[in-house]
Design a protein around this ligand. Structure first.
Ligand code: 5AD
Ligand code: SF4
Length: 446
């Protein structure tokens, strides 16, 4: 199982692995040892999609070698490239046996049986509800093997149609899972040792799952309800859209101690003109207002965002406005990308595309600025005592590694028995990618 792209894919990859465990498959560390390779793909930018075809080229060679040795080898393309390109994947790479979309992978056992008989198949149905109903529940051992922090998909798809984005086409319309399903899955994870749950969805804060009476719950109500689960220490959610950032959800950051003070809230651009062209449905000032209200509710909240530079028609002045927004907010972490035209999206149809050279320059400037902010944020943590959820052994002997409430990786010296515990640590130094700290005895804090 090789997964690319976002957290939704990480979750789907785990579900596919669990599903196939029931069919007698086990995960291998490398494709050389495998009888079946699943590429769980990403279509968000052209480079991500093209990478899949070069991966497939290598797998095709492996498949030929296997065939010569009289051994079977099957290749499955799952995820968003499968959804977007369907049959085309089978035509472009003859070695591929099965193409299966993110809403129909519950059919994999059946598809693989047909592939074993020599068929080449595509299944890109949108069957989200059926998917969640039919997938097997992970065992305690499967959950434990994935660590103390887990994802739970609560929402899939997107109705926003930002003019650069393929997601509404690859993942379909917004669908929320019922409250009871989410609660059952979360309790199961916590019972098996999970301490941190991240609720995930392409537009997670547009969540409207129904309770047993058919009433739709907003995300903050779900978070509040999950907060009551004993043994669950931390809650997070990602990814959010600014227009769905309601005051109710903002207030939850002040009211729920288990809800971590870190919000990933992509803004994409700081120029109203570009935001409008992107069909984002909010202004730069709206975004700044949301940030101010989040900080009023939870003063230490850390912000994270995604940016696209070089959307068609973006001028130097537009780009300056993005830099101004970044300076005004001060981000703890960010992801930033050059605009990549995606087939079928309105942005790709435009005639005022920005030269790659200019996009590269803008990206470098933006990344320089956000890197300074990230380091300033990390340095400001030095000297503070923060709670760390320890997740695994560290790189060096005697070290363990975990995360601060603000998603910073932290290393301390301590015994591996502390994995799964939340303990206060004094941060002693900020390295380029992680913090170092010391566990503080007898200072348990909220
Ligand atoms: N080009 C560049 N970046 C994109 N993203 C989405 N679509 C594109 C595109 N066509 C970025 C956005 C989004 C993140 C997941 O990927 O910033 O928030
Ligand atoms: Fe894509 Fe916009 Fe939907 Fe996010 S909100 S998935 S960027 S269309």
């Amino acid at each position: 199982m090789k997964s690319f792209g976002c957290q939704m894919n990480v979750y789907d990859a785990a579900r596919m692995t669990d599903l196939l465990a029931g069919e007698g498959y086990g995960e291998t560390a490398s494709e050389e040892d495998a009888d079946l390779v699943i590429l769980n793909t990403c279509h968000i930018r052209e480079r991500a999609a093209e990478k899949i075809y070069s991966e497939l080229g290598k797998l095709a060679v492996l498949k030929r070698e296997r065939a010569e040795a009289g051994r079977d080898f099957k290749i499955v393309v799952a995820g968003c490239v499968a959804q977007a390109e369907g049959e085309l994947v089978l035509r472009r790479q003859k070695a591929v046996d099965v193409v299966v979309g993110p809403q129909s992978y519950q059919h994999l056992p059946r598809l693989l049986r047909r592939a074993a008989e020599g068929a080449r198949l595509t299944d890109t149905d949108f069957a989200v509800e059926e998917k969640f109903r039919d997938l097997p529940k992970p065992t305690r051992a499967q959950i434990a093997a994935r660590g103390v922090s887990a994802f739970v998909t609560v929402q899939e798809g997107c109705d926003k149609f930002c003019s650069f984005c393929v997601v509404p086409y690859t993942r379909g319309a917004e669908v929320s899972r019922d409250v009871a399903q989410v609660v059952t899955e979360t309790k199961r994870l916590v019972d098996a040792g999970v301490r941190e749950i991240t609720l995930i969805g392409q537009n997670v804060n547009a969540y409207r799952g129904e309770d047993s009476l058919g009433d739709p719950w907003p995300l903050e109500r779900l978070l509040e309800h999950l907060s009551d689960i004993d043994g669950l220490e931390r809650l997070r959610y990602t990814t959010s859209h600014p227009v769905d950032m309601t005051q109710g959800l903002i207030d939850a950051h002040g009211a729920l101690p288990k809800l971590m003070p870190f919000v990933h809230l992509p803004v994409q651009s700081g120029s109203d003109r570009v935001l409008k062209a992107m069909n984002r449905r909010h202004s730069a000032q709206d975004y700044l207002d949301i940030v101010a209200r989040l900080r009023a509710a939870r003063p230490d909240v850390a912000l994270s965002s995604d940016f696209i530079v070089g959307f068609p028609g973006e001028t130097d002045a537009d780009f300056e406005e993005t830099l101004a927004l970044i300076r005004a907010v001060g981000f703890a972490s960010t992801f930033s990308f050059k605009y990549s035209p995606r087939p079928g999206t309105p942005g790709a149809e435009r005639e005022d595309h920005i030269a790659d050279e200019i996009m590269r320059e803008r990206l470098a400037i933006l990344q320089g600025l956000v890197e300074t902010q990230r380091q300033a944020f990390n340095t400001a943590t030095v000297g503070r005592v923060v709670n760390i959820l320890f997740e695994k052994r560290g790189r060096h002997d005697g070290q363990i590694a975990g995360k601060s409430p603000y998603m910073q990786p932290v290393h301390v010296f301590g015994p591996p028995e502390l994995v799964g515990r939340v303990l206060p640590a004094k941060i002693t130094a900020a390295g380029s990618n992680s913090l170092s700290g010391e566990i503080v005895q007898g200072q348990e804090q909220g």
